[in-house]
Write a new protein. Structure first.
Length: 279
């Protein structure tokens, strides 16, 4: 089973997607289910996991409504106000939705120390206490890896997924400190990692698979195929490659691996971690 473990959907408006700046102008349009399904078909992908792009309860509800009527959306990673006193009540309203499989907060936009905040950690502890076993996606930059490791240590039984291999500064060729800290984080058995978002951390106009390969190798060694999953970060990936091109790039990298290891990265890890039906 081939699963895209990370993509987005949106109805574009300037007010709601102000982070899409002039350099990302091609993304200033709607990306909806028919667009996604066309990409899935071309790349022979069976299902996809939709991840929040706005930090609103409204968006989470909208994504779950789409998932209700779209078999290609296997899961939703939404947003709720984890650090707020209202979090348990909001979670109670949505947690039984069969396709809500996780939550995410955009930590990369937060000040240093955000992941040490007692209120946020209290919310994550409450998330773990729920019977449906929701995951938490952690979105950080490379310089936040030490903070993220402290955070993961506080929640050793919470399934946590690292987005975009922690966004190393690929365009600047920075790898040494990132690789050391990523390996340290990967020693925690409750964290898995998405092979996603790498093109846009390089130069989207001039990247090559060979340029990204050393970062892939570090992630592969640190997490092993059993804790790696492919995500396209579509439509953001379109700034540097097509949807199918990212699948082809990852498939070329993993070609030397065993069929079982390849299957893990291409879908089985995502199915297991997000508690999806496996085939």
């Amino acid at each position: 089973m081939r699963i895209d473990a990370h993509h987005h959907l949106w109805r574009y408006s300037t007010a709601e997607y102000g982070w899409i700046d002039d350099a990302m102008a091609p993304l200033r349009r709607d990306f909806l289910v028919p667009d996604l399904e066309a990409e899935l078909s071309k790349a022979n992908v069976d299902a996809a996991i939709t991840v929040q792009a706005r930090q609103t309860i409204e968006e989470t509800s909208w994504l779950l409504d789409l998932a209700n009527t779209t078999s290609s959306i296997a899961a939703v990673v939404g947003w709720l106000p984890i650090a707020d006193d209202s979090f348990p009540a909001h979670l109670e309203k949505l947690r039984t939705h069969p396709k809500l499989k996780g939550l995410r907060h955009i930590v990369q936009a937060e000040p240093a120390g955000f992941l040490d905040d007692p209120a946020f950690n209290r919310g994550i502890a409450h998330l773990k206490s729920q019977p449906n076993g929701l995951t938490y996606d952690i979105l950080i930059f490379a310089h936040q890896l030490a903070e993220a490791t402290r955070f993961v240590d506080r929640h050793p039984n919470q399934p946590i997924i690292l987005d975009h291999i922690a966004k190393p500064r690929i365009a600047a060729g920075e790898i040494k400190q990132w690789s050391t800290q990523l390996r340290e984080l990967a020693r925690r058995p409750n964290i898995t990692c998405k092979l996603s978002g790498m093109v846009t951390e390089a130069d989207p106009s001039n990247w090559t698979p060979a340029q990204l390969y050393p970062y892939f190798e570090v992630a592969l060694e640190a997490f092993t195929p059993h804790r790696l999953m492919i995500g396209t970060d579509w439509p953001i990936c379109l700034l540097g490659c097509t949807y199918t091109q990212w699948w082809q790039t990852v498939e070329a990298w993993i070609a030397p691996l065993t069929p079982h290891e390849q299957s893990s990265i291409l879908g089985q890890t995502a199915a297991r971690i997000y508690n999806l039906p496996q085939s």
